[in-house]
Design a protein around this ligand. Sequence first.
Ligand SMILES: [Ca+2]
Ligand SMILES: [Ca+2]
Length: 238
Amino acid sequence: MKRSLAPYIVVCCGVLALAVVGAYGQRPRPGGVRKPTIADTVRANIYADNWFVLYVNGEMVAVDSIKFIPHNVVAVDLLPQYPMTIAVLARDNADPKTGMEYANTSIGDGGFILKFGDGTVTNATWKAKRFSWGPVGGDVTRPQVRDEALPDNWFAVDFDDREWGQATEYSERDVDPKEPFYDHDFTGAKFIWTEDLALDNAVVFRTRVSASPDGKQRSDFSNLNNVVPDGPPRRPRR
Ligand SMILES: [Ca+2]
Ligand SMILES: [Ca+2]
């Protein structure tokens, strides 16, 4: 008697699918949320002349590990969530009392550029405001610095930056990035700073990304900590 193989094929395919889903943690969890994997993240490439701290949706996600030289690129994985509020404090290397560098012998310039794997890039649509600048008027004989207090919540999602000006874009020639910059993907991103690349030494940038710039649909994992797990919690090993 000739028997159809169709039921066996269906069962085998089902078992295989469950095995793959289980292995990668993709099984939908109660509430319809699955565990994120590294494939859900995007790579963030960030270069600052000379230092930065980066907040996404009010949380600190990256700090430049080298405050002066060598000029380095910081590359981290982010789990994107939209709308995405990005806030950056960037600092040029400058003496806090004179605004100058290299033992008060010269005025250095700044520069900041960022690209995320979802297509988020720095450009003149970002907001920018200076909080420390000097030497005032470029006067290197009697150098003075002016500071404005950084608001406590400058990185918060609901911080009101409507009165701030736009960032100014600068060319690669203006900023003169060092070698690590060319080893990372910054295609489409622009160097930004305030209107004064040389004298403004502490700058905050902010922007709000309403949806993924590359148009790719991404899962929202923002409520992950409120999802009831599949099984009972594991007991700690003794
Ligand atoms: Ca400077
Ligand atoms: Ca500099």
